[in-house]
Each structure stands twice: as C-alpha cells, then as structure tokens.
Design a protein. Structure first.
Length: 256
C-alpha cells in the first residue's frame, strides 16, 4: 500500500492506495506538529481503517507549505520505515511543463495535471478549489501551460468579515435564489454564484486562447459546492491530487 500526502495551506489531505484504488482518504487541518505528533495522528487513522503500518510500503508527498514538509518526511521515515518521495516542481512528472519559471508553479498543480490527463485526456482544464482557486490548462499535446490564480472562497469570506463589522459570518449553503432577500442569502448568493461566474469566465477565456473546447474538471475542498452551479465544469474529482501522487510515484519506481 502507498501513503500519499498533499500538504495545502488550509488542509493536509492523506490517502492510502492499494494498487490503482484509493482505499482511504482523510482531510486534516494544516498545522505545525512534531513528527511524533503526526505519527500519533497517522497511526490512529490507520488503526481506525484497519490498516497495519507494516502494510504501507511506500509514500509520496507534495506540498505548498515548506515549513511542514520536514516533519511529515521524518514521521514517515521513522514510523513507517519507508523513504518518502517528495514531488516538487523539479520532479520528472512525465509531461512537458511550459511555465516560464518552473520554480514558481505549485507541485500540486502539476500533480493535478498528471492525474487529469490520465483520467480525461487532453486538452483539459483543471479547476482546484482550495485556499486559492487555480484554473490550469493542459494543451492538446498534453503539455502543462499554466493558468489563473484567484482568492479562494474561505479566504475571501474571512477578508470580508474582517473588514465589514456589520456583516455576519454565513455558511456556504446555496440560497433559494440569486436575488437574496436578506443579508445571509445575499452574501451566500454573492459568494457562490459570484465565484461560479468567475470560474466560468476564466474557463471560457482560456478555451478561447487554446482554440479548443477543453473539458473542465474540478477538485479541491469546495469543488462539490461550486461545480453544480457552474456552467463550465462537467466533472468533479475530489481526490485528484492523491491520484496524481500515485501516478508520479509509480513512474519514479518504473512501474509505468
């Protein structure tokens, strides 16, 4: 079995794959912990899932929060007795990357591209709803081109609450109509329909630049909220990054 770890700004997503199948997945808050504390959490999760630590024979990790990486790597090395493959923007992921400065692109975006091509082919657009919303473009030849980055839903909500004292905190529930008749519904409409419209506009403009009707898929923590009201997203793959980590790991080990 393979442990896959995606360290994001808000959440750290873990998964266990058995062959090509993702058999377990968990979402944790991304916080600084010692390797020993991470091991307690990891072993508890494995125990609940009925998986013995000795069954985990490999690990792969990608991260956009460098201060957390060493603790996870040490946890995996000490307590699972395996070396963790750290996937970075310099790793050989098996597809051409045409970003101008490759050191600036997040490894998670590249890993998503790998998994997206495997599942849907190319051309393709991958919309990741995380701390930031990213829309990444893959050319008809399977090249990672780059894309767009915008603030995520939760970041935007927190910024609004922090600057507007009279506005209440609201949940990300879909209102009954776009025209909100109270403050809560008005804010929910603005966030949900507003962000769906932003994503649709970016997808449309990127398709125009590509000259291709590229399929748009969604992943990330808020994908299930926005995708149903988006006019451009046709599929949701919530664990796309974990699938990409598995594929990059297998490539590194010569399996594929």
């Amino acid at each position: 079995m393979l442990l896959v770890v995606d360290i994001g700004n808000t959440n750290t997503v873990l998964g266990i794959t058995d062959g090509e199948k993702l058999v377990q997945r968990w979402r944790l808050v991304s916080e600084r912990h010692t390797s020993d504390e991470l091991a307690i959490c990891l072993f508890n999760l494995l125990s609940i899932a009925g998986i013995r630590p000795a069954e985990v024979s490999g690990a792969a990790l990608c991260s956009v929060v460098p201060p957390l990486d060493a603790h996870w790597e040490e946890c995996i090395r000490r307590y699972l007795s395996v070396e963790c493959l750290k996937v970075t923007n310099r790793s050989d992921i098996g597809i051409p990357v045409l970003y101008e400065n490759i050191s600036e692109v997040g490894a998670d975006r590249l890993v998503n591209a790998v998994a997206g091509i495997e599942l849907f082919g190319s051309p393709l657009l991958v919309v990741d709803f995380g701390t930031a919303i990213t829309v990444d473009a893959i050319s008809p030849r399977g090249e990672y081109l780059g894309g767009a980055i915008a603030p995520g839903l939760v970041v935007s909500m927190e910024a609004l609450f922090g600057k507007a004292a009279k506005l209440p905190k609201v949940s990300l529930d879909l209102p009954e109509s776009v025209i909100g008749r109270n403050t809560r519904d008005s804010m929910q409409s603005g966030f949900l329909y507003g962000f769906a419209g932003m994503v649709d506009s970016l997808v449309e403009r990127i398709r125009d630049e590509l000259g291709e009707e590229a399929k748009a898929i969604a992943t990330g923590g808020q994908a299930d909220i926005i995708a149903p009201i988006s006019r451009s997203i046709s599929a949701v793959e919530p664990w796309l990054t974990l699938e990409g980590l598995r594929l990059v790991y297998e490539r590194d080990r010569g399996v594929i």
